[in-house]
Design a protein around this ligand. Structure first.
Ligand SMILES: [Zn+2]
Length: 272
């Protein structure tokens, strides 16, 4: 992908679907990328909403579950995705950030034994749901998973945006409006996403699986406490760094209901 005149193009030179939104302000210089979910299972509703002047809401991009991208404003024009928000001493992050919305039903409700998106009432199949505790909440809940295609497109776009605009960080709506918002939520792999987008280059290709059950610890050695129960065999991890025979990993799978577990495992139990 590439950016020309603040608009997004695919590698073959075609502009992504561009639907200019009326819900925008003036020019600005972005410093952050804010990730969101749409809280709906289909892109069409969010796209229509962002084109509706009464919505007073928008974002720069919506990325659908099949990876299709829609752009609503050039990246150097303020869109309205963050609302009342604070980060690093800044107020009102719309004026400082690019916003990407990923099509995802978000926090689901259990109805008649099924997980349902409360906004569009669509049933989400159980294998598309993780049960997890949001970092700002106390109880577990069902959350729609992001699709692999969607995440891989989002990482490519985020990496390009970070590089083009020299962005300082990738953050979630839940980080800048923690009392109002739960997106992108626990189904979003923020740690690895951020590492890749910010160009921690050892994070991109160092994908491994555990060859057997293995302990994950707070330090590089058996003398350190374990972080949670053993990781099962075939758990996917990314290796960030090595120390002797130990690897510091981020767990990519949801394990024991936890996301984004990070810790040390013995390197001999990691296989490609
Ligand atoms: Zn949001």
């Amino acid at each position: 992908m590439k950016i020309l005149n603040h608009l997004l193009y695919t590698d073959d030179g075609k502009q992504v679907s561009y639907r200019p939104t009326p819900n925008k302000a003036g020019k600005y210089t972005p410093s952050y990328l804010v990730m969101h979910y749409t809280a709906a299972t289909k892109a069409s509703g969010s796209i229509a909403w962002f084109l509706n002047p009464t919505a007073k809401a928008s974002a720069h991009l919506v990325i659908d579950r099949d990876g299709t991208i829609t752009q609503f404003a050039p990246f150097n024009i303020i869109t309205w995705h963050a609302g009342v928000s604070q980060w690093n001493g800044l107020n009102g992050l719309n004026s400082y950030s690019i916003g990407i919305e990923l099509v995802n039903g978000g926090k689901l409700a259990k109805q008649g034994g099924k997980w349902v998106c409360p906004v569009d009432k669509t049933t989400v199949s159980d294998d598309d749901v993780i049960i997890a505790k949001h970092k700002n909440e106390t109880a577990e809940n069902g959350w729609q998973e992001y699709s692999e295609k969607q995440l891989s497109v989002a990482i490519d776009v985020a990496t390009l945006l970070v590089k083009t605009y020299q962005l300082k960080d990738v953050i979630g709506h839940e980080d800048i409006a923690p009392f109002r918002k739960t997106d992108p939520g626990p189904a979003f792999p923020m740690t690895s996403f951020k590492a890749k987008a910010m160009g921690r280059k050892d994070a991109t290709l160092d994908l491994y699986k555990t060859s057997t059950q293995v302990n994950i610890r707070k330090g590089a050695g058996t003398q350190f406490e374990t972080i949670t129960d053993m990781l099962p065999a075939n758990t996917k991890v990314t290796v960030f760094k090595r120390e002797g025979t130990w690897s510091f990993v981020e767990v990519l799978d949801t394990v024991h209901g936890l996301n984004d577990i990070e810790g040390w495992v013995s390197s001999k139990y990691l296989v490609k």
